[in-house]
Design a protein around this ligand. Structure first.
Ligand SMILES: Cc1cc2nc3c(=O)[nH]c(=O)nc-3n(C[C@H](O)[C@H](O)[C@H](O)COP(=O)(O)OP(=O)(O)OC[C@H]3O[C@@H](n4cnc5c(N)ncnc54)[C@H](O)[C@@H]3O)c2cc1C
Length: 400
C-alpha cells in the first residue's frame, strides 16, 4: 500500500468494495427521508426522493454484438472468419469516466472495444450524488446518472461492456491477455483505466451518510458546505490541503487527527495553524458519524484518554488517502512510490500497445473531466499505434 494510502485515522481504514453502499440516491421512489446535497449550502432534506423513473442497473451486460475475429464494423457482413467474441483490437480495463470515454472513441473508430468494467461499474462517481462541475450539465447531474449516460453512449457505438474484475494480466507477449472469472480476453492494445479508491474510516454510519454530508472529495463537494461547520479527518498533506480549501465555504473547519503530530509538510501545518477558520484537534479519532438523514454531529474519542464526546457538525470530509487500483498490473507496468501507474509520453506505458488513463496514474487532478480527457487521449494514441502496427486501417485521425 502506498504512503498516500497509509491510514492513520479511524478504526478500520479500507477501500470501499461496494459503490452502492450508502448511496443516498433513491432510484425507485424509496423512503422520503432521502437527502440531496444542494448548492444553497449543505445537506438538506429534500422534499421528495430523487427518482429517475426506472432503476439504473448495470447488472445485466447487454448482449454482445457478433463480431468478426479480425475486426470490421459490428453487425457488418459475415466474412466467414472464425469468431472469437473475447478477442478484440482494444481491451479497456475499468469503466469510470476514463475507461468509458476511451470506449466511446475506440468504438467510433470501429475498433469494437471490450470494456471489462470491474465490480464497481461506473467508478467513483457511483458513490456521489450531485456532480455540478462536469461541463454540459448546467443544473448538475447525479453521479450514477452521469455514468449511465457514459455507458449508454459507449454501447451505442458497439462497445461490449462486461461487469467483471480483471484478476490477472499477461502483457509480456502479444496479443495481450487478461483473465476475469475464468475467461481469457485477448487484445492487440490495452487501455488501463482502473482508477483509485478513496479510503474510508470503515464506520457503518460513515457509509450510511455518504453523500448526505460525508464526502471524500473537497474539490467536488466543498461548494455544498457553504456557511456550515465541518470537519476533516486526516494527518497528511491531502487532509491539510482539503481543510484549507474548505475554509472558502465553511464557517469553521475542524481538522481531526488521531495522532499527536501530523505527517504533512511543515509549510502546510503552519498554514493550517495560522488560519483563523481552522481548529486543529490532535489525538482525536472519529468513532461515529451522528445523524439520521444527514450529518448532524460526530462522536469523537480522545486517543490519549479514551474520553468520548459528541459534537455538533454538519459535514465530514475523510481525507486519509486513496489506493490506486494497480495490484493486477504492478508486476508488469511501472508504479511510482505511491503505487500509481507511471505514464510515458502522455498516455503510454513501458510496454508498447499498453496505454494508461485517468486516476490510476493521476493523483494530481482527480476529476471526472480530467479522467475523461485522459480516456480520449489514450484511445487516440492507441488507435494511432494500432494503425502504425498495421492492425487497424488508417482511418480516423481527422474523424474522431
Ligand atoms: C466522493 C467522491 C465525489 C466525487 N465527486 C466528483 C465531482 O463532483 N466531480 C468530479 O469531476 N469528480 C468527482 N470525483 C472524482 C472522480 O470521481 C474521479 O476523478 C473519476 O471518477 C476518475 O475516473 P477514472 O475513470 O480514472 O477512475 P474511476 O472512476 O475510479 O473508475 C475506475 C474503474 O476501474 C474499475 N476497476 C478497478 N479495478 C479493476 C480491475 N481489476 N478490473 C476491472 N476493472 C477494474 C472500477 O470498477 C471502476 O469502474 C469524486 C470522487 C469521490 C470519491
Amino acid at each position: 500500500m502506498s504512503d498516500d494510502a497509509k491510514r492513520d485515522d479511524g478504526p478500520a481504514e479500507k477501500a470501499t468494495p461496494d459503490p452502492f453502499e450508502g448511496l443516498s440516491i433513491d432510484f425507485g421512489g424509496g423512503p422520503t427521508d432521502a437527502v440531496s446535497l444542494n448548492g444553497n449550502g449543505g445537506a438538506t432534506a429534500s422534499p421528495a426522493p430523487i427518482s429517475f423513473g426506472a432503476p439504473i442497473s448495470f447488472d445485466t451486460p447487454p448482449a454482445a454484438p457478433v463480431r468478426p475475429k479480425t475486426g470490421g464494423p459490428v453487425g457488418g457482413p459475415d466474412d466467414g472468419a472464425e469468431r472469437d467474441e473475447n478477442r478484440t483490437k482494444m481491451l479497456i480495463i475499468g469503466s469510470g469516466p476514463a475507461g468509458l470515454t476511451a470506449a466511446i472513441y475506440a468504438a467510433r473508430a470501429n475498433l469494437e472495444p471490450i470494456v471489462l468494467a470491474g465490480i464497481v461499474p461506473g467508478g467513483q462517481l457511483m458513490i456521489t450524488s450531485d456532480v455540478e462541475n462536469y461541463p454540459g450539465f448546467p443544473d448538475g447531474i447525479l453521479g450514477p446518472e452521469l455514468m449511465a449516460k457514459f455507458r449508454a453512449q459507449a454501447e451505442r457505438f458497439g462497445t461490449r461492456v462486461i461487469d467483471v474484475d480483471v484478476e490477472r494480466v499477461d502483457l509480456s507477449t502479444r496479443p495481450f491477455r487478461a483473465w476475469a472469472r475464468g475467461i481469457e480476453y485477448r487484445a492487440d492494445a490495452v487501455i488501463v483505466a482502473t482508477g483509485a479508491s478513496a479510503l474510508w474510516l470503515g464506520l457503518e454510519s460513515e457509509t450510511r451518510l455518504r453523500g448526505r454530508g460525508v464526502s471524500a472529495c473537497a474539490t467536488c463537494d466543498g461548494f455544498f458546505f457553504r456557511d456550515k461547520e465541518i470537519a476533516v479527518v486526516g494527518g497528511g498533506d491531502t487532509a491539510l490541503e482539503e481543510a484549507t480549501y474548505l475554509t472558502r465555504f465553511a464557517t469553521k473547519v475542524h481538522l481531526l487527527h488521531r495522532r499527536e503530530s501530523f505527517r504533512a509538510s511543515k509549510i502546510m501545518i503552519d498554514r493550517a495553524i495560522a488560519h483563523p477558520k481552522i481548529e486543529i484537534h490532535t489525538n482525536t479519532a472519529v468513532d461515529e458519524v451522528l445523524g439520521g438523514a444527514k450529518v448532524e454531529g460526530l462522536r469523537l474519542r480522545d486517543t490519549a484518554t479514551d474520553a468520548v464526546r459528541d459534537v455538533p457538525m454538519e459535514g465530514l470530509f475523510v481525507a486519509i488517502g486513496y489506493r490506486p487500483n494497480t495490484d493486477v498490473f504492478k508486476d508488469e507496468l511501472e508504479v511510482d512510490e505511491k503505487g500509481y501507474l507511471v505514464v510515458r509520453d502522455e498516455t503510454g506505458s513501458k510496454i508498447e500497445g499498453v496505454f494508461i488513463a485517468g486516476d490510476v496514474h493521476d493523483h494530481r487532478y482527480r476529476q471526472a473531466v480530467t479522467a475523461a480527457a485522459d480516456g480520449c487521449k489514450a484511445a487516440i494514441d492507441a488507435e494511432r499505434w494500432l494503425e502504425s502496427e498495421g492492425i487497424s486501417e488508417a482511418t480516423t485521425a481527422g474523424a474522431w
